[in-house]
Design a protein. Sequence first.
Length: 263
Amino acid sequence: MKKNIAVISVRFNSKRLPGKALKKYKNKNSIDRIFESLRKNKQIDKLIVATTTSSIDRKIYEYCKKKKYPCYRGDELNLIKRFYDATKHLNPKILIRVTGDNPFTSSEITDYMIKKHLSTKADFTYMNKKNLPVGVCPEIISFKAIKKLLIQKINFNYSEYVMYYFINNSKFFKVKKINPLTKFKTRIKNLRLTLDYKQDFYFHKKIVDLLKEYNMSTNLDNIYKIVSNNPLLNNINRKILPKIVTNKKLIKKIKIASSIKKN
């Protein structure tokens, strides 16, 4: 029985970096790199790509079919329902939510977070990202909590921001914010290991090239070493701030949409 399922949420369309999900470098795209990393994780029983029924996202489905990656196409707006529908037949215990534009999602951090989530019996577990790069942490969600959330009378149109649907409802769910181990932390300021802008992709290419040049495996420690030894690298994309940090109106809309009202 598949108990711990990693679900990779992927959309093809992106205004800032068109087609980023399938944008290849050295014959691999972000989806490939995530599978390459998390397939080795013994805490994960299965990986599934979850995209939408939108016609443009058929490209995601066709690519996954070609690579023999399990892929589900579901609800365009309600990400939480998409996750539920993609995995309900497996009767999982937990879902590991991974974003498809995070090619360097850390298997080591994922492993640590799964163990913490299970030991604390949390509904939702997320990481304190201070001293961590953007784009290396998943979120861990109990499947029971997914089912409980879906029956609530709330607006799921902002559910791509999954975390807020739990942290804004801490009276209904057991939410656990955990601190990273010292070995996961870095002193490198504003390190971005996600793909959202052209600068991110250029930075990503540089990291891939240097890992190969130095014959280093892809893990967090080696990426830190590369950036520390090549400090100008971080200037490529370090000034970019996540939209959720800078857009106060969006944060307010998510708060209103996601909050469960008491009976």
